[in-house]
Design a binder for this molecule. Sequence first.
Ligand code: TXA
Ligand code: MG
Length: 349
Amino acid sequence: MKTEYLKLSEESIDEEAIARAGRILQEGGLVAFPTETVYGLGGDALNPASSRKIYAAKGRPSDNPLIVHICRMKDLPPLVEEIPDAALKLAKVFWPGPLTMIFKKSDLVPLETTGGLSTVAVRFPSNRIAAALIDKAGGFVAAPSANRSGRPSTTNADHCREDLDGRVDMIIDGGPVQIGLESTIIDMTEETPMILRPGKISRKMLEEVLGTVEVDRTILSSDDAAAPRAPGMKYRHYAPRGYLTIVDGEREAVAAYINRECEGLRAKGMKTGVLCTDETFSSYHADSVKSTGSRQDEDAAGRALFRLLREFDTEDVQVMFSESFEGASDGQAIMNRLMKAAGHRMVRV
Ligand code: TXA
Ligand code: MG
């Protein structure tokens, strides 16, 4: 399949071009597109054949459900059996935006889209290109992150090309995304809503609206016995090709440990990498040292994380170490992705 590339700007969306992209989706094709979190690999959410194509293009296990993206509040009721009051409250505050809510699904949503589950994840993105595409596609677009299964999510169109060229009908280039980490997922079917995946919308923000919110305890643990509630969270994920370890501790001790390890590995001819912050950048000696920005700037770290992991791959870095982002206020979202990328290898020094 030859992939068509379309460059669009959120400020002035080319109506004719976006209508063409929408038609591709309506006809059962696949289009990768920008959202404010990460790029999505879109197909018609109500067409079982489209969902099967998404799984094939990503190389994703078909028991891993897709998120249905909408662009109007009035399109939520047909997808779900009921809308709890708490969900309406959250929608009022956080939609459109980086929050995905899980509901009991209606018969309209094919089981192919929900990975066989009786629930459906729904998201109303704020990115204008995403909204326009969903509208032109008929209102319901299933979209996992636009990466090959197991690789870091894509945060720009070049990453989509790396992973999906020849596997999708079109890739829309809307520039780099604003957030860089996938949406927060909250399960609204529980008595007390439960966060299944941390993201930009933090537990604190959700609790300000709802009071108590629970957190799936597998979010940061490596406990294989406990199955995560979001099926996708159980897979090795976001992983660079090299071997990544997170190092936690006092700043000087972390740098000393990482430098010592890198020295030993380089002596054996291995290519080494370090993921750090501006404050510590100059203390590291490795083949490739990358900073997520200032340690204070957690937004920048979220935006950069997947791009930097992919850069290590491009540079054929074999062994990487990352500073820990534990304790940062937004750190849970970053640490959740980093721990998965590292296969939960963490060293405390
Ligand atoms: O920010 C995002 O959410 C991006 C953009 C493209 O919107 N999408 C995204 O989709 O991250 P994906 O497929 O890469 O991750 C969706 C996660 C998976 O872990 C999946 O298992 C979980 O959501 N999920 C989807 N439907 C679910 C359901 N009904 N119950 C529990 N978990 C669900
Ligand atoms: Mg994904």
